[in-house]
Write a protein that binds this ligand. Sequence first.
Ligand code: PXL
Length: 290
Amino acid sequence: MYSNKVKKIAAVHDLSGMGRVSLTVVIPILSTMGFQVCPLPTAVLSNHTQYPGFSFLDLTDEMPRVIEGWRKLGVRFDAIYTGYLGSPRQTRIVGDFIDEFRHDESLVVVDPVLGDNSRLYSNFDMDMVTAMRTLMGKADVITPNLTELFYLLDLPYKADNTDEELKGYLRRLSDAGPQIVIITSVPVLEDPHKTSVYAYNRQGNRYWKITCPYLPAHYPGTGDTFTSVVTGSLMQGDSLPVALDRAAQFILQGIRATFGYEYDNREGILLEKVLHNLNLPIQMASYELI
Ligand code: PXL
């Protein structure tokens, strides 16, 4: 049956007041791309956890009440996109939420937010890693960065990996459930100013690589930006390599928009200056089949 309704995305992330991460990034990006974003907040923070201090209101006890409200409304989501979760118990609540609120065509995206630059974020420990491994099994798409990849695979971090090694990691994570696995923030050894993204789609058994002319780790929230654009793009019906290109291009535009200013990188990229670009056709095609 023909339907022109706006697609609904449940966004399960924290709300951090300062420093453009999580819901303050996910909502504007996916709204601009034409989707209705329904937030299921996991925590409220004064600012993200890469600042030296932060307030933290854990919403684990509130989440089942929000979910109960949605149950009464009889809502189902066309996508469920999870990011920063505050505790292992939350990952279990979110797992049950996915089982109940997805439908056959829904896209489930789990960004296993655990750490960056080879370390776990403050207030996460190995229990959180184990819990994230279980949640990952329910996803269609996962987007770990290189640090998160090694925690999920229970391997020691190493920055230097061959294409063949990275393909092996992608394959192992996909074997645990997700059809699409995307690894972000892979250093390019020959050029310290670049990073690569590697991706695998089990459907078609193809591996992709794109190299980005920037270092996202310098700007918190670029992981959330990347996964938000990929999610919106896949929901629009773009192929995986086109979705990756859109996300990489958008982050590059955001970083370029910040260059001209005296600026505290912890605030993230100047998203507001480039949001409108999300509705333009992509300008570059930098993906490679590997
Ligand atoms: O984007 C990752 C992220 C999300 N939410 C919070 C964070 C971070 C990264 O530091 O601290 C609260």
